[in-house]
Design a protein around this ligand. Structure first.
Ligand SMILES: *Cc1c(COP(=O)(O)O)cnc(C)c1O
Length: 469
């Protein structure tokens, strides 16, 4: 090898290892990154290597992109770390953990006004995605049973939902072979319209999905109106098309901030609801829940009974083993906060979201796409054509540590680019003021630099800077 080739080779080898940083102080051999090291490290060295590398990740408190909890209190930490070694699925060995999961199901069923009360069925999951796959399967099974009883074909199931659905619904449709029928959005409407949804419903529709609220804008879909319209359609046609509510975020917000809003089991066609415990349920990821209106909505043949952990264990989950700590974290929050505690927190989040919304609007540069009173989410777009885009603002804010995603709206409204701030616990009024200042600074910088350089006219092509989750 030539000398510089040799050098390049060494450099490449070094890049595959941690040796550049840690070769001298702690270890005498490079630590491979992509193969398991032949020999182990001392625990404090392994810890330090990983701990330091994670400094490159974003700061969770400044991550305004995600709906997922980034803070729990000290006692929750204690409880979670004490229970990390319990396997959630091991019902026979950890019967109290199973009992506590069932209490959470019952508490949520009551919160969502289930007619069954304590008898409601449901299960803990890894998040809303798994919950939605389970709920979707139950809907598909129930539809098939109805069709078979009528001697009709069962080969073309479809599901009706807005184009603004979270990606897990598209996964469900593809993995479980259900045709997705997407209600188009428009320039004025960023969520599903009830009448427009009905036009896509037919005898093969396993359900219509209503979202509380939309991942894109936080807006609640018109679920009461949907229930009304679908009830009429069902009685005219003899179909029994139900509603599933994807309350991933709103399931822990609406019951506390707008108890009069009808979106849950008070509406007769709502047969199942999912909610993410790790969003406004205020637990660390991953925990989600699915609750069925009553036992008859959960087909018995989707439940498996296993006995290899001892006893008879009914399981209805896609995965098997996981830590029990998140379920216990959820129960901790229920006991610690109570309904009044959740109400207080959700009201404060709502107030902070309103504050941020008003301040942004007052600046004159932005228009709001989120709806005050729905999820505490602030989605905003540039009002007029400017020489810079929301993607530039997002990038500029990143320099100050803020993670505020810019993205294009769902199909048919995709020419609208927005910024989104998810107001979570920990986002104080103070932080809102700091963010507003930094937005102002970013805008001023972009305006100034555009004046001097014509070349920066070609703004980056619209892309998602962060996953919309
Ligand atoms: C976050 C979200 C999901 C997915 O939930 P996970 O808990 O992250 O799996 C589904 N639907 C909506 C509306 C969401 O906001």
């Amino acid at each position: 090898m030539l000398a510089d080739q040799q050098q390049l080779h060494t450099l490449e080898e070094n890049l595959k290892t941690h040796s550049l940083t840690y070769g001298s102080r702690y270890v005498d051999k490079p630590i491979p990154k992509y193969t398991i090291p032949e020999d182990g490290l001392l625990p404090q060295v392994a810890y330090q290597v990983i701990h330091d590398e994670l400094n490159l990740d974003g700061n969770a408190a400044l991550n305004l992109a995600s709906f997922v909890s980034t803070w729990m209190d000290e006692h929750a930490h204690k409880l979670l770390s004490e229970t990390l070694n319990k396997n959630y699925i091991d019902q026979d060995e950890y019967p109290q953990t199973t009992e506590i999961q069932n209490r959470c199901v019952s508490m949520l069923a009551e919160l969502f006004n289930s007619p069954e009360g304590k008898g409601a069925v449901g299960t803990g999951t890894i998040g809303s995605s798994e919950a939605i796959h389970l709920a979707g399967l139950a809907l598909k099974w129930n539809w098939r049973k109805r069709r078979q009883a009528q001697g009709k074909s069962t080969d073309k199931p479809n599901i009706v939902m807005g184009e603004n659905v979270q990606v897990c619904w598209e996964k469900f449709a593809r993995y479980f072979e259900v045709e997705p029928r997407l209600v188009p959005l428009t320039e004025e409407r960023y969520v599903l319209g009830a009448q427009e949804a009905l036009e896509l419903v037919d005898e093969n529709t396993i359900a219509v999905v209503g979202i509380l609220g939309s991942t894109y804008t936080g807006e609640y879909e018109p679920i009461e109106e949907l229930n009304q319209a679908l009830t009429e359609l069902n009685s005219k046609t003899g179909w029994e098309v139900p509603i599933h509510v994807d309350a991933a975020s709103g399931g822990f917000v609406a019951p506390f901030t707008r108890p009069e809003l009808l979106w849950d089991f008070r509406l007769p066609l709502v047969k199942s609801i999912n909610v993410s415990g790790h969003k406004y349920g205020l637990v660390y990821p991953g925990i989600g829940w699915v609750i069925w209106r009553d036992k008859t909505e959960l087909p018995e043949d989707l439940i498996f009974h296993v006995n290899y952990l001892g006893g008879d264990q009914p399981t209805f989950n896609l995965n098997f083993s996981k830590s029990a700590s998140q379920v216990l974290g959820q129960y901790y929050n229920f006991l610690r906060l109570g309904k009044s505690g959740y109400s207080r927190i959700m009201e404060v989040l709502q107030e902070n979201a309103n504050y941020l919304s008003q301040a942004l609007e007052a600046r004159g540069l932005f228009k709001l796409l989120s709806k005050v009173g729905d999820l505490p989410v602030v989605t905003f777009a540039l009002k007029e054509e400017t020489s810079f885009s929301v993607f530039d603002i997002s990038e500029k804010l990143r320099e100050r540590g803020w993670i505020v995603p810019a993205y294009t709206m769902a199909p048919n409204a995709e020419h609208i680019s927005v910024l989104r701030v998810v107001v979570r616990e920990g986002f104080s009024r103070d932080m809102a003021d700091m963010l507003l200042n930094d937005i102002e600074r970013a805008v001023r910088h972009l305006q100034d630099s555009q004046q001097y350089s014509k070349s920066s006219k070609d703004t980056p092509s619209p892309k998602k800077t962060q996953g919309v989750c």
